[in-house]
Design a protein around this ligand. Structure first.
Ligand SMILES: *Cc1c(COP(=O)(O)O)cnc(C)c1O
Length: 365
């Protein structure tokens, strides 16, 4: 699935923002010619940074978050006839990746009111055919990866942790991307770390890493990330913590500002000491005209969009196995809206007009 381009986010500040550190990188690449080479220092540098941050020895850079998910599933050995468990509210391409490998997605319900998998549901969905579990941190919420990994380990099933929306987030003192067996990152054009395109797979397992190497290294790299992409990502990793702090502060202001807006409740599941990352800020909208609400927001300058579709509602039933009726995922399919992140790095004074625009849009429906 292609991420929305900037015109879909017409009301958002430009992304990526202009940044002197990136300008310096480009100037350096022009001088030393590294922008046009197959091999150079930048990919190695980025790999090292990702490895250090996640205290994981094995990092594969690749062409997108979507290919990272594919590689992670291949590393887990997913193939014809297997089952892969995932939440029914998840990124669409994750479902497609499972199908691509000849496996069946097993869709489980989310925790009520949150875009994250429910461990109890996953426990029930496990069978002899389960080959992997995909666990995605979505819209600033934390998926209970440690809990799910614990129960998966009893069945010797690896957990693929999808960190595409939340690099650098910390839950229960655990950095996102270090709780699962294999974690996947995206550097797509709208993401918090961006090179326009790109992705990474991070793991502590040499076996998984070797499988990925075997698949991608064909005398040439079949899923490459370029030196140019790696070069612009390095300074962004250095700035990530500081950017996350600003975004969290803006989210606090928005949530406080919306306070008593009864049609509209924020979807957050972090504890006080957690450090969530906001690629999207999700809300549940308590009335039927979501489309109209979103276009009113957009016309008023707030980049608010409908959330993901429920995977059980957009795919033919023969494509997947569902655990029950998935009512909570259906509720998110119908009622979730999300604010796109670029505004969260803006100065504090943009928040009040944003809150007013959202409140007005909710009232006028
Ligand atoms: C964006 C995203 C992906 C895919 O990343 P691309 O680089 O766009 O292929 C996968 N999972 C989640 C949760 C995402 O948000």
């Amino acid at each position: 699935m292609t991420e929305p381009s900037s015109d879909r986010h017409g009301t958002s500040p430009p992304w990526p923002p202009s940044d002197p550190a990136i300008q310096k990188v480009f100037e350096g690449m022009l001088e030393d010619g590294s922008w046009g080479r197959y091999h150079g220092p930048h990919c190695a540098h980025l790999r090292q940074k990702l490895a250090d941050l996640h205290q994981s020895e094995f990092v594969t850079l690749c062409s997108s978050g979507t290919s990272a998910v594919e590689l992670a599933l291949r590393a887990a050995g997913v193939s014809d006839g297997d089952e892969v468990i995932m939440a029914a509210y998840d990124y669409k391409a994750n479902f497609a990746n499972v199908v691509l490998l000849g496996a069946t997605p097993v869709l489980t319900d989310v925790k009520q009111g949150f875009p994250v998998p429910d461990p109890q549901q996953i426990r029930e969905a496990l069978t002899d055919r389960t080959r992997a579990i995909i666990c995605s941190h979505l819209h600033g919420c934390f998926a209970p990866v440690s809990e799910i990994r614990e129960l998966a380990a009893q069945h010797d099933v690896p957990v693929v942790e999808d960190v595409c929306q939340s690099p650098g987030a910390i839950h229960d003192g655990v950095l996102a991307g270090t709780a699962g067996d294999i974690s996947v990152f995206s550097f797509g054009g709208s993401k918090l770390l961006t090179a326009g395109r790109g992705g990474a797979v991070v793991t502590r397992s040499e076996t998984f890493h070797q499988r990925i190497r075997l698949y991608t290294q064909r005398g040439n790299d079949a899923y490459p990330l370029s030196e140019m992409q790696a070069a612009v990502l390095c300074p962004q990793l250095d700035q990530l913590k500081r950017c996350h702090e600003t975004r969290r502060e803006r989210v606090r202001q928005i949530v406080e500002g919306l306070g008593d807006c009864k049609e509209f409740s924020p979807v957050l599941n972090h504890a006080e000491e957690d450090l969530p990352a906001f690629y999207k800020l999700a809300f549940l909208l308590d009335h039927d005209s979501r489309e109209e609400f979103c276009s009113r927001c957009q016309r008023a300058g707030a980049a608010v969009f409908e959330g993901f579709p429920g995977l059980h509602l957009i795919h033919a039933k023969r494509r997947f196995r569902a655990l029950g009726d998935l009512p909570h995922a259906t509720a998110l399919h119908n009622n979730l809206v999300m604010l796109h992140h670029p505004v969260l790095l803006q100065d504090a004074h943009v928040i009040q007009p944003l809150v007013t625009a959202i409140k007005l849009a909710a009232e006028r429906i």
